[in-house]
Write a protein that binds this ligand. Structure first.
Ligand SMILES: [Zn+2]
Length: 202
């Protein structure tokens, strides 16, 4: 993918995600696979609704910067997904209210199972509302190497469409940016449903 086009598509995605409140302040980070050897990742500390062409870093497939700039601290988690599945072309990480709070509400739980929703058919490989879609919940940490290892180990037991970092946010991905944004929109809707249903007295 042409780097200039990649930058522009991520700038537009940043505005779209910001408008929905998924990445407040300077939170969240996004990445695209440029080719077999390099990724484009949002730079550290930038507001995702106000990204410009200079607010990105080109890294190698391990997330190491190739152009001297500082990528997001969470770049290793992006690089991990591109390494686990060669069909992944884009990774998006949000800090939405629902994904942040659900991980805390589900204290001690290792996964959130999505089931019974028509919307889950928007996720890759899910063809009906009765399929149980497990979303792993990983303990939040500033140790990105450890988090990346946790994600890799879980993936070896079976692929998943996204995951929650407890008290932190959501990671999801797609074959390209459009697919990744659809996954974000579907999962954020589903997480909001799970968040809302827990407010209803049983
Ligand atoms: Zn984050």
């Amino acid at each position: 993918m042409d780097p200039a086009v990649a930058r522009e598509t991520l700038i537009q995605a940043g505005r779209w995600l910001d408008a929905r409140g998924y990445c407040p302040a300077t939170s969240g980070n996004y990445s695209l696979r440029l080719d077999d050897r390099s990724l484009l990742v949002t730079a550290s500390g930038k507001h995702k609704g106000k990204l410009g062409p200079a607010d990105f870093v080109v890294t190698d497939m391990e997330g190491r910067p190739l152009d001297g700039a500082t990528p997001s601290a969470e770049t290793p988690l992006h690089a991990t997904m591109f390494g686990l599945d060669p069909s992944i072309g884009a990774v998006i990480h949000t800090h939405s209210v629902a994904s942040t709070v659900l991980g805390l509400v589900l204290k001690g739980e290792r996964q959130l199972v999505i089931e019974g929703y028509e919307m889950q058919k928007a996720l890759p490989g899910v063809s009906d509302h009765e399929t149980a879609v497990p979303l792993p919940i990983f303990e939040n940490s500033q140790d990105m190497a450890r988090l990346a290892r946790d994600v890799r180990e879980h993936w070896q037991r079976g692929a998943f469409p996204g995951y929650i970092l407890r008290g932190h946010g959501l990671y999801t991905w797609g074959v390209d940016l459009g697919a990744a944004l659809t996954a974000v929109e579907a999962l954020e809707f589903l997480l909001t449903c799970e968040f809302e249903r827990r407010k209803v007295p049983r």
